[in-house]
Design a protein around this ligand. Structure first.
Ligand SMILES: Nc1ncnc2c1ncn2[C@@H]1O[C@H](COP(=O)(O)OP(=O)(O)OP(=O)(O)O)[C@@H](O)[C@H]1O
Ligand SMILES: [Mg+2]
Length: 601
């Protein structure tokens, strides 16, 4: 994983080059999101420019009405005034209609972007390898899909509107003001100096404050998710009180950060109003003196005042835009980090199809480490002929599950080759790999849905009969029949709640239905009681007959059905032989076995 990728996402000490890289990454994402929408975006820009122009025309038309229309009436010529009023009305109606259109257009664009982004985040995180998911906590994944997308939505739905309409409005007004009366234009221009200082001050402060609100709210979410996912441990260890204090502190931090941001607005807003009003006063004073001298028409003064007043109206909204822009930019940075993360176990570019796998598994010169500083398998060579049943035993942390994860290609070896029927797993077509090799672990996960559907996961097109047969083969049929709705029982409903052992039986049925040539059971029988384990073992024996099987188990009873036992210590096979040979020998396994026999009597 790169430093700038998902691991660096909560850092704020980026060097210049790094922040540029992060910014480029966000821009690339933004660009790829907008590219398919360019026609709509262009249309929207045209519509907003015309509608703003129509709105800004108002005061100039009023000036024309007063300065040209009124004197003309004295000469009984009503045409100029009618013209001014009619044009004013048309401009108003066109402006309003275009605003309506513009609102629909931007809403469509924002929805299109959000749908695209939401799908991308889901599909990409799902595609990423196990290595990513083992380090990226679920709280963070949830934040990407919820609060981050929300801040982008907020920016798209209101922020961009404010920026475009407000910013454009200010520019148009300045142009209009300069063209009808340049002196008032200069006054407005001078007032931009305090405005710039005030805005800069606000930006610098708000950057810190908004970052603080984001960080504190993220902490709040992570704490919440962690507590609720670990709720059993929380209850078992009576951690509620401690959690309460921790959570109260986080809530307090969040409140404090929010009130800081409110206080900031509490100074910025009045500052804006003050600058706006002083400017208006100066325009009135300077203009009034010129009107008295006969140097300025009264209608133009009125228009200048109207323009000056409207100029400052969107300023506050623009400051709000800065807020939503910042959180959306931060969200985009994080999302683009996840989206640019590459699977550490990539699909092959030119895959080899292996239609009829036999199931021979080989390790040739394999070295493996999760992190560079700790090698788990120093040097591993192993040949498992097709059809062999292997029992893999060894003490906790020896590397058994790691071996299983390498065979299932959840990870790739740091060096060396893991192969199926002599084909490097990295070159095997993913669908062939998944069909050929199935691993069942202790955490038998059930998805929402019925028991039958959960079994059918192993073979989506399975008939009911096949599902029932698979359940019978592993000894799960009886308990499933006794559930309220049998195979149709919903596993998430009351009554469909099954025990850990029953869950394992279901996941066995799932694996048996999948019918892989290589089956790995990683402590998959650990939650079963002795009778159930026996039952499963009977099923196992018929099922393992024509496939390669690797059984990892602490209970040595499982070893009896194996053709070959491997004893593993510190990532190395220290004993390898038939159960009988090893038991009668003098090695580790014979000692283990003797101790186990003792414990039975
Ligand atoms: N995702 C991971 N990241 C880093 N290190 C890991 C990871 N998973 C396991 N390890 C380390 O690899 C070593 C071997 O772990 P492994 O899970 O393969 O042991 P095991 O033989 O299956 O043990 P057990 O009998 O307890 O299941 C351990 O030292 C463990 O700390
Ligand atoms: Mg293990």
């Amino acid at each position: 994983m790169s430093v700038l990728g998902v691991e660096g996402e909560d850092r704020d000490d980026f060097t210049k080059g790094e922040s540029k890289q992060v910014r480029d990454r966000s821009l690339r994402l933004l660009n790829s999101l907008l590219r398919p929408l360019w026609a709509r975006v262009t249309l929207t820009i045209i519509v907003v420019v015309i509608s703003t122009g129509a709105q800004v025309a108002g005061p100039a038309l009023i000036a024309y009405g007063i300065d040209t229309g009124l004197p003309a009436i004295l000469k009984h010529d009503w045409v100029p005034l009618y013209f001014a009023v009619a044009t004013y009305l048309v401009a108003g109606i066109v402006g309003a209609a275009l605003i309506a259109w513009y609102t629909v257009l931007t809403a469509r664009i924002s929805q299109a972007i959000l749908i695209d982004l939401r799908k991308r985040v889901f599909l990409h995180t799902q595609r990423l390898s196990l290595e990513f998911h083992e380090s990226y906590t679920s709280g963070r994944i949830i934040a990407r899909q919820t609060s981050d997308l929300d801040s982008i939505r907020e920016l798209l739905d209101s922020g961009i509107n404010q920026l475009i309409q407000g910013g454009l409005y200010m520019v148009f007004i300045a142009i209009a003001l300069f063209s009808i009366d340049w002196v008032s234009g200069v006054v407005l221009f001078v007032s931009l100096v305090p405005l710039a200082f005030l805005t800069r001050w606000f930006q610098l402060r708000s950057q810190k404050v908004f970052r603080l609100t984001r960080v504190t709210s993220a902490k709040l979410i992570v704490h919440f998710v962690e507590t609720m996912t670990g709720i059993r441990a929380v209850k078992a260890f009576r951690k509620e009180k401690r959690n309460e204090t921790e959570f109260a502190q986080l809530v307090e931090d969040y409140r404090e950060a929010n009130s800081k941001s409110i206080r900031l607005f509490g100074r910025f807003d009045p500052g804006l109003v003050l600058i706006g009003n002083v400017t208006l006063g100066v325009v009135l004073l300077v203009g009034g003196l010129r009107v008295a001298n006969g140097g300025l028409a009264i209608g133009v003064l009125l228009a200048a005042l109207l323009y000056t007043r409207s100029f400052y109206a969107p300023a506050q909204e623009l400051a709000m835009f800065y807020n939503s822009y910042q959180s959306a930019a931060a969200a985009l940075e994080k999302i683009s980090g996840v989206l640019e993360e590459e699977p550490s176990v990539p699909d092959p570019t030119r895959p080899i199809d292996l239609w009829q796998a036999k199931g021979a598994v080989g390790f040739a010169g394999v070295e493996f480490a999760y992190n560079k500083d700790k090698v788990i398998l120093p040097h591993f060579d192993l040949e498992i002929p097709a059809g062999q049943t292997i029992a893999l035993v060894g003490s906790t942390g020896a590397g058994k599950s790691t071996l299983a994860k390498l065979i299932s290609r959840f990870y790739d070896p740091s060096s060396g080759v893991v192969s199926l029927d002599g084909v490097d797993l990295r070159r095997l077509h993913p669908k062939d790999l998944r069909r050929a090799i199935v691993m069942v672990t202790q955490e038998a996960y059930l998805f929402s849905g019925s028991v039958g559907e959960n079994i059918a996961l192993g073979k989506p097109e399975a008939t009911t009969e096949e599902i029932v047969n698979a359940a019978k083969a592993v000894g799960a049929h009886e308990f499933i029949e006794s559930l309220p709705n049998g195979y149709d029982t919903d596993v998430n409903k009351r009554g469909g709640r099954v025990s850990a052992g029953q869950r394992q039986l279901i996941s066995f049925a799932r694996a048996f239905l999948a019918n892989p040539v290589v089956l790995i059971l990683d402590e998959a029988t650990a939650s079963l009681d002795i009778p159930s384990e026996r039952l499963v073992q009977e099923g196992l024996q018929t099922l393992l007959a024509d496939r390669t099987a690797i059984i990892i188990a602490h209970r040595l009873s499982t070893v009896a059905i194996a053709d070959r036992v491997l004893v593993m210590e510190h990532g190395i096979i220290v004993e390898d032989g038939t159960p009988r040979d090893l038991i009668s020998g003098t090695g580790r396994f014979s000692k283990l076995h003797a101790a186990w026999r003792e414990s039975l009597v």
